[in-house]
Design a protein. Structure first.
Lengths: 310, 275, 437
């Protein structure tokens, strides 16, 4: 591990500050410490408390708490709705991550070109990202309304017949949630990709153009490898962000239709803890989610850092 | 030549489609916010309100202390953005350029904080803040949200991509940490810093659950919390005023974004930065 | 800025040190320092302002403070709906200062009573001189459990049968609601013939539009119910018959469907009739471009409609003096004049018998015949079944069961059996162990 962590440092030698590690340590504590304290108190303390709770039966408003051992975990692994909820979570997350990256990169490539008005379009693409999830949920609830909504009106105008049952068919409901999420969040991936594109190339792009390399070859051979660190970064942050989507679901479907049609794990955590008064079980779901995510993220970080060094 | 021409045209067509995909739902929301009930619920849909009803907006601004909410939102968002910006850059700098044991582990600890849904942190934090007597205060809203995981990750990722030769050269010149940061690192980080700032402002502006639990009255309620009063908690949803409230909540942050957007584009187009 | 960060970090470091102690406290009952907080002359009231009633509630407070100059009332936004108020109350119970008066709706109060977080009011009624016999019986008894009363009615509603008079006329139906669901089953196809394509004679609510609430009425008329106390009755013949009726109206006779937004769909003329809350009345009346008819829910043999809405409760851990003041306040804002004022302004039911017969109410009813229907139905309503209102998550399980039947044409017997077993499991796990012996 130590060898790993030092890897990114400039090699020491000569300069006055660099070869006195204790001064580095002190400075590190001063500038990184406050953030670590804040995260420790307001994120990790609740997290640890939460892990502890997952072994208990606790009604969130009650003073009494009783120890269950692994019962909550056994229940999670054997319960009927677990499979549906995990499937919803995985499908939604994968669609959100892939969708964000593909559309975000496509938009970044498009708006990186010299086109008149591209600054305006860049603003437009990013604009939905600044609106709150709850507001977008409310707005899109109306956009998808089967009787008075925009989707219905457009399909009607273009002779496409009636819209699918966005609110009554669980699959279409999940599609609706995913589309809404992407509409709001694709601007984020776009901006990060655009920042990467702007920093890079000049030389290479022109060289490739002059070489007459086909744009596909250029994309595959030059662009994709160059953007790899950005792609890893996005894959982690979009994954973590999409997994925590709550507002859109809560406003648009409340986890339905048919009970668990659009229930994801985070929505389940909320519902079990605050609606069904089973904070212990909610904590169990949250703990399972945290452990799985931790494993995935550590793997992604390793790949990312290794990729950079290569 | 024709190939570029065709490419240009395809580019413009794509741009128009993108704008439509984003703008049409937004326009729908904005137009709905000006409609009277009858125009909202009609088949086929009426796009252009027959009468522009400003009443939805006067509802939203007069029936709740709108300007108080706006001020609170500006204070909370401003304070958090500044704290997070400083802490994020400082943490990333420490994680990349300083010696410290178990740095990678510390880094994983920082980004693992992104995996903790706030549904599970609110209860424990609530009792802590309540016991310290900071409930229903701006401080009680701000401090628990001040830890920064995403920004540290973003800035670290960027700092790592700054070519080693540049750092090496500065070090050869005998630059200390302050000079390295101010003269070398930050000037090379314009676009990423602006992206960090925008994303932070946006997230804090839209924060709902925590300010909702902390705020008891309009003296500290932020805009997203305050405007929910316009929704009818029992009975049918009246889309007009709700859409007006939505638009009102959107406008300030859109304005901030448009201002920073110019900086962001300038930063993004200045080139010479390896992103 | 410096000041702010320093205080923040101070708080943070203090708590980091105290972290272990605090962690031990959560959930173990030692976190009750909040109970000592609060001054006994200030009454804090958490409300979600149902029906956009903020201004009306402020007026009620002004009236109270005029009558009781030594007491002040602070109105707190408890959230945008009942669920958020309960959520905020939960957070407060885990360690913050609790309010003096908290609004808890039908499906929320029982949990807090079961674990002793809200106070039984019976011993306090005398001290605050509350005349409970004046409350409408069914509304007052909604909060009865374990021989005690745990809240008083405040913003109360009931389901109501709404119908489109123009379509009724076209179908040649009498200008009234059906007297039984069997009668409506004959009317349905006749209506369906005149409503036009893409429209329906009847729209049932979905799970989030509280089908689990409104359908309790129809259940009763078929001789079924969800439960008798905690004894579940979903698979009794009457309950199955009611669920079969729901299924056949949608899938066999095809004059009904599950609608996403009953109030707005009805107001727009897409469904010719529906069961919706009395709370929707003013909105629907404003929205509709046709004559809106209202009627009792069919009740040929005993009650065919249940109550709903929200009441006001008092947390258990505040001092007795505060409890008495809180109860005085609840009594005051639901007294004859004030409940009349509130119901006329916001559209909820008057909760006192004296208010029902008061001149002001009678005058108002004469001018608002549809509201009169709702008020006149009130004496014929009955309290809800435990399976929906006392079982955490029960409403969603029941609503989901009906969605399975309505949207998926699921087998009625097995769906109802599944609902029953899910709810039974929750009762066994979360309620039975905590019931007083």
């Amino acid at each position: 591990m130590p060898a790993d962590t030092e890897r990114t440092l400039p090699r020491s030698g000569g300069g006055s500050l660099w070869n006195r590690p204790w001064r580095d340590w002190a400075l590190f504590l001063v500038i990184v410490g406050p953030n670590l304290v804040l995260l420790g108190v307001f994120t990790y303390r609740p997290l640890i408390e939460n892990i502890r709770l997952s072994f208990y039966d606790w009604n969130i408003s009650s003073d009494t708490i009783s120890f269950l051992g692994f019962d909550n975990y056994v229940e999670w692994f054997t319960r009927d709705d677990t499979r549906t909820i995990v499937a919803n979570t995985v499908i939604f997350t994968v669609a959100a991550v892939l969708g964000s990256m593909v559309i975000g990169l496509a938009l970044a490539l498009l708006l990186d070109r010299t086109l008149r008005g591209r600054n305006l379009v860049r603003s437009v693409v990013f604009a939905p990202f600044v609106i709150s999830g709850a507001a977008i949920g409310i707005a899109f609830q109306f956009v998808f309304d089967p009787n008075f909504g925009l989707v219905r009106d457009l399909m009607h105008r273009f002779g496409l017949g009636a819209p699918p049952d966005f609110y009554q068919d669980p699959h279409w409901a999940l599609v609706m949630i995913t589309v809404t999420y992407l509409w709001k969040n694709v601007g984020y991936a776009f901006v990060i990709y655009l920042a990467a594109l702007q920093g890079r190339r000049e030389d290479l792009a022109e060289a490739a153009a002059i070489d007459g390399a086909s744009s596909w070859t250029y994309f595959r051979r030059v662009l994709v490898p160059q953007l790899r660190p950005t792609t890893y970064f996005l894959s982690i942050t979009v994954m973590l962000n999409s997994l925590q989507v709550f507002d859109i679901i809560n406003v648009m479907t409340r986890g339905g239709p048919l009970g668990t049609g659009t229930t994801t794990m985070v929505y389940q955590v909320y519902e079990e803890s605050f609606v069904n008064f089973r904070a212990g079980y909610g904590a169990t779901v949250a703990t399972v989610m945290f452990v799985v995510l931790l494993v995935i993220t550590v793997a992604q970080v390793r790949i990312m850092d290794r990729g950079r060094d290569a | 030549m024709t190939r570029t021409r065709a490419g240009q045209i395809a580019g413009y067509v794509a741009m128009v489609l993108v704008v439509l995909a984003i703008a049409v739902p937004l326009a729908w929301v904005v137009l709905t916010s000006f409609k009277e009930r009858g125009d909202i619920y009609s088949q086929p849909a009426i796009w252009w309100p027959r009468v522009f009803a400003a009443s939805n907006y006067s509802d939203a601004t007069t029936s709740v202390p709108f300007w108080r909410f706006l001020t609170n939102s500006v204070i909370v968002t401003g304070a958090l953005a500044i704290i997070k910006f400083v802490l994020g850059i400082a943490s990333a700098y420490g994680l990349v350029f300083l010696h410290f044991p178990f740095k990678r582990l510390i880094f994983v600890v920082v980004i693992a904080a992104l995996m903790v849904p706030n549904q599970i942190t609110v209860i424990v934090n609530y009792s802590l803040v309540a016991q310290l007597g900071y409930r229903n205060t701006l401080l009680g809203i701000i401090v628990p949200l001040a830890g920064v995981a995403f920004g540290t990750f973003l800035m670290r990722n960027h700092f790592l991509s700054i070519p080693a030769e540049i750092i090496e050269a500065a070090r050869m010149d005998g630059a200390g940490h302050m000079r390295l940061l101010w003269r070398i690192i930050l000037p090379l980080s314009g676009p990423t810093m602006v992206a960090f700032a925008v994303i932070t402002i946006v997230n804090e502006w839209n924060e709902y659950l925590w300010p909702f639990l902390m705020a008891d009255d309009s003296s500290v309620a932020t805009l997203p919390v305050g405007l929910t009063k316009l929704q009818n908690s029992d009975g049918l949803t009246n889309w007009g005023p709700v859409m007006a409230a939505t638009v009102l909540a959107m406008i300030p942050v859109l304005a901030v974004f448009l201002v920073l957007q110019r900086q962001m584009i300038r930063g993004l187009t200045s080139g010479a930065v390896k992103g | 800025m410096v000041e702010l960060s320093r205080r923040g970090f101070l708080a943070a470091s203090v708590t980091a040190a105290a972290g272990a102690v605090l962690t031990a406290c959560v959930g173990s009952g030692n976190s009750g320092s909040g109970s000592s907080g609060g001054d006994s002359n200030t009454i804090t009231w958490w409300s979600s302002h149902p029906g956009k009633s903020t201004d009306v509630e402020k007026e009620l407070i002004t009236r109270f403070q005029q009558a009781n100059p030594s007491l002040t009332v602070q109105l707190v936004d408890g959230g945008k709906n009942y669920e958020e108020v309960a959520q905020k109350f939960n957070a407060a119970l885990s360690g913050g200062a609790v309010p003096d008066v908290v609004m808890l709706s039908d499906v929320w109060w029982f949990n807090f009573a079961l674990i002793g977080a809200i106070a039984p009011l019976d011993d306090l009624f005398g001290k605050a001189s509350v005349n409970t016999s004046d409350y409408v019986d069914s509304l007052y008894n909604d909060y009865a459990w374990n021989n005690k009363h745990w809240a008083l009615p405040y913003a109360r509603s009931t389901p109501l049968f709404y119908y489109n008079k123009a379509l009724w006329q076209q179908a040649g139906l009498p200008d009234r609601g059906p007297t039984s669901w069997q009668e409506f089953d004959e009317w349905g196809p006749r209506l369906q013939a005149v409503v036009g394509s893409g429209k329906l004679a009847h729209g049932w609510g979905n799970a989030t539009d509280y089908l689990g609430w409104t359908f309790q009425g129809p259940m009763r008329t078929f001789g079924g119910r969800y439960s008798d106390q905690f004894d579940l009755k979903f698979t009794e013949p009457g309950s199955i018959a009611a669920a079969n009726y729901l299924r056949s109206s949608i899938h066999d006779k095809k004059y009904a469907a599950i609608s996403n937004d009953i109030a707005n769909d009805f107001g727009a003329g897409i469904i010719a009739s529906t069961i919706a809350s009395t709370g929707d009345l003013s909105g629907i009346a404003k929205n509709a471009r046709f004559d809106v008819g209202t009627a009792f829910l069919p009740a040929p043999n005993g009650p065919g409609c249940v109550t709903g809405g929200t009441g006001l409760a008092i947390p258990a851990k505040i001092s007795d003096q505060r409890k008495v003041n809180a109860l005085k306040f609840i009594d005051f804002i639901t007294n004859t004049d004030n409940t009349s004022y509130f119901s006329q302004k916001v559209g909820y039911m008057p909760v006192r018998k004296s208010a029902l017969s008061s001149a002001s109410t009678q005058q108002f009813l004469a001018k608002n015949p549809n509201f009169a229907t709702a008020v006149n139905q009130l004496p014929k309503t009955t309290s809800q079944d435990y399976a929906r209102v006392f079982v955490p998550g029960g409403d969603k399980i029941i609503g989901t069961g009906f969605e399975q039947i309505g949207l998926r044409n699921a087998d009625v017997n097995s769906t109802m059996a599944s609902v029953q077993s899910q709810i039974q499991q929750i009762i066994d796990r979360q309620i039975t162990p905590k019931l007083p012996k």
